[in-house]
Design a binder for this molecule. Structure first.
Ligand SMILES: [Zn+2]
Length: 411
């Protein structure tokens, strides 16, 4: 979020810049070992919470200091990274009480959890273009673009393909708030990822995942052929052929996901630049998770586009309104009358009352915009949801007593 400097009056925003890392074998070993220490500490904190000891950052920090005094294994690692993993745990625990449907932080298993290490400025420097971490670990960075300022923190992580990344947080002057008039309504769909009130801003479905589905299926068949099974489940260490096929499948999936994200970014930027009010259908892909492959791919594209749009809109100071999707396809955007439900195959909306005719998604987009602009679009069933949408039932499920969390201590 943008912050204003009191002296100069210039607004600044904190942003993340991510770069590839090329660690050598020794650095890779050291980082992996550090990750296992941090993982162990995280799991210890999970255990404390489960056994009702109500961990706070003060209590955990004290335990860490004691444990480092006793255990050479912990002491050999970086205190900054270990402290940060406990802080990350406390943030996750805190969020689990405040955000509906967010579960308590879980144990990180050796084979499942992805490597991720945090360092504050106390724990890293950049020297000769290399990232220098505690205990003599230095890693070359691929500086694909320049950092806007001195970094404030860094997260070192590894993805499922084994690639290493460093994600720095830095500060940069916020772009001056551009003026835009106009409003736009957005309806998500399968044939076109986004249909808007203005056809010029539609986002056609790229079909990146669908296009590589054949390639992916081939890799998955190879995996199936080479899997070592017992009782229908993967058993023991897998063959080299299996691991290669697995990696190939992961690579294909990642490539499609990146293409999705890129297309979504370009589109979201154009929409945000030109509109002050953005009304978005509050689509929840979770409902469609058990649907066929093509549908799933479309869901992923919608998820990426929605995320990008909300993030960019809020950053640019636009009015982003999330609208509940109920009845948007049944309501006429011309007169506001509710019509009979349209089958999935019916692509044209025709109003029996006023004769308004439009594409089904285009009509829905117009209803969404109308809902956001006046609170309702004629029919009482359309609810105007201010963002973030409130869900009282889910909120009630969170536990009544909230322990004093994140009393970030000076102990
Ligand atoms: Zn009508």
């Amino acid at each position: 979020m943008a912050q204003r400097c009191i002296v100069t009056g210039v607004s600044f925003e904190t942003v993340r810049y991510t770069y590839r890392l090329r660690p050598g074998a020794a650095a890779e070993r050291a980082l992996t070992a550090e990750w296992h220490r941090c993982r162990w500490l995280w799991n210890e904190a999970v255990h404390q919470q489960k056994s009702g000891r109500r961990p706070t950052i003060c209590k955990l920090s004290r335990l860490l200091t004691e444990a480092r005094g006793r255990s050479v294994w912990l002491w050999e690692g970086s205190q900054v990274a270990q402290q940060q993993s406990l802080r990350a745990y406390m943030a996750a625990l805190d969020a689990s009480f405040k955000i509906p449907e967010r579960g308590r932080p879980k144990v990180k298993r050796r084979k499942m959890a992805r490597l991720s290490l945090e360092y504050t400025t106390r724990g890293f420097t950049i020297r000769d273009g290399r990232l220098c971490l505690p205990k003599g670990v230095t890693v070359p960075v691929v500086w694909s673009r320049t950092l806007p300022s001195e970094p404030k923190s860094v997260r070192v992580c590894q993805d499922n393909l084994g690639h290493w990344y460093a994600s720095f947080t830095a500060v940069r002057p916020a772009a001056p708030a551009s003026q835009a008039a106009g409003a736009i309504g957005i309806d998500w769909g399968v044939t076109a990822t986004a249909t808007t009130t203005d056809p010029a801003y539609d986002l056609p479905y790229g079909g990146y995942r669908k296009r590589c589905a054949a390639e992916l299926a081939k890799a998955q068949r190879r995996m199936a052929r080479r899997a070592r099974l017992r009782g229908g489940k993967l058993h023991g260490p897998q063959s080299r052929g299996y691991r290669e096929a697995e990696r190939q499948a992961a690579k294909i999936a990642k490539k499609a996901a990146r293409q999705n994200t890129h297309a979504a970014r370009v589109w979201a930027r154009r929409v945000v630049d030109d509109h002050q009010t953005i009304a978005v259908e509050d689509f929840r892909p979770k409902f469609l998770a058990r649907s066929p492959m093509a549908r799933k791919a479309a869901d992923a594209a919608i998820g990426a586009a929605k995320r990008e749009l909300i993030e960019r809109g809020r950053r640019a100071g636009r009015k982003v309104v999330l609208v509940q999707p109920a009845y948007t396809t049944m309501t006429c955007s011309g007169c506001g009358e509710k019509q009979a439900r349209l089958g999935l195959g019916q692509r044209i909306f025709r109003c029996q009352t006023c004769g308004y005719t439009a594409g089904r998604d285009r009509n829905a987009a117009r209803v969404i915009l109308a809902t956001a602009e006046c609170g309702r679009a004629g029919a009482d069933d359309i609810r105007h949801a201010p963002s973030p949408p409130s869900r009282p039932r889910a909120a009630m499920r969170s536990e009544p007593e909230i322990p004093q969390l994140l009393a970030v201590g000076r102990h």
